[in-house]
Ligand binder design. Structure first.
Ligand code: T3D
Length: 265
């Protein structure tokens, strides 16, 4: 994986890959270069067995402020209606790379996460917020609907009523409120944010990676399925999990009364 990016910092610490969106002067607003770079790194991380957990975060005082709004002006001045849907397919590629990643993905959110940046955080498997986090489904403020998968992720995480409230009012949701309503898994004081994120990422990176991929498949499929289909899938995935080295190691470690040393295989 290359390491020279225009708008990303990419750091690997053992089996944890941290992707830092890096346009702090714009609160890490997405432009086409940053979107292309983060998608490239996410797709490469998915293929790399040495990486067993991915963290996405932002440089400076924000996670991200959504699409760079300075790119909207030229688009609306062209005379013909802008085909936003065509541009959105680039975001969809990133969203699908995160959801399909065969290993855990954590969004570490400090400061503001607005617009499509908020929804990229929701596309991740787990979210940690600092107590200065501000989640804003900012779209309605500029007359747009939530995109980047927001219309899918929001009601599934916080329920229909809160999803509508966040989308229509576009008010800020604080880190602790986000934890209360299930938008994030945990909110911690800013001073503990980095250490908490690191500890979780390292813990997941030591886990049974192939099984985590199967768990993602099971849980993400089940929310759009019925009980019978989910039970069938559960059996298929458990067959696969039974074949992993980590399953054998987990049982052996239990019987030998020691901690399991998972290899991710
Ligand atoms: O085709 C498509 O891609 C469609 C997809 C759309 C997806 C979307 O994400 S639409 C939503 C886009 N995002 C927004 O509408 C949010 C715009 N930003 C804000 O409302 C506020 O900046 C925040 C609430 C995020 C943060 O407020 P605050 O007071 O903490 O910071 P600030 O002073 O407003 O921003 C600091 C700087 O960042 C400022 O620049 P300056 O004045 O210091 O030179 C500001 O202009 C810049 N900035 C913040 N957000 C964006 C941005 N510049 C470009 N695009 C932004 N989204």
């Amino acid at each position: 994986m290359r390491s020279n990016f225009q708008h990303l910092l990419v750091e690997q610490d053992g089996a944890v890959l941290t992707i830092i969106m890096n346009r702090p002067e714009k609160l890490n607003a997405f432009n086409d270069v940053m979107l292309q770079e983060i998608t490239e790194v996410a797709e490469a991380a998915a293929r790399d067995d040495a990486i067993r957990c991915v963290v996405i975060t932002g440089a400076g005082r924000a996670f991200g402020s959504g699409q760079d709004l300075t790119s909207f002006a030229p688009r609306s001045n062209t005379g013909s209606p802008p085909r936003v849907s065509e541009h959105l397919t680039k975001y969809h590629r990133l969203v699908l790379a995160l959801r399909g990643m065969p290993k855990p993905v954590i969004a570490a959110v400090q400061g503001v996460a607005a617009g499509i940046s908020c929804n990229i955080a929701l596309a991740c498997d787990l979210r940690i917020a600092a107590d200065n986090a501000r989640f804003i489904e900012a779209f309605a403020r500029i007359g747009l609907v939530p995109d980047g998968g927001g219309g899918f992720f929001l009601p599934r995480l916080v329920g229909m009523g809160k999803a509508l409230e966040m989308s229509m009012l576009a008010d800020e949701v604080s880190g602790y409120e986000a934890e209360r309503i299930g938008l994030v898994n945990k909110c911690v004081p800013l001073a503990e944010f980095e250490a908490t994120t690191k500890a979780l990422a390292q813990r997941l990176a030591r886990g049974p990676t192939r099984t985590y991929a199967l768990i993602k498949q099971l849980i993400y499929t089940s929310v759009d399925s019925n009980l019978e289909t989910t039970l069938e899938l559960e059996g298929e995935l458990q067959d696969q999990a039974f074949e992993t080295a980590d399953h054998r190691e987990g049982v052996t470690a239990f019987l030998e009364k020691r901690s399991a040393q998972f290899s991710g295989k």
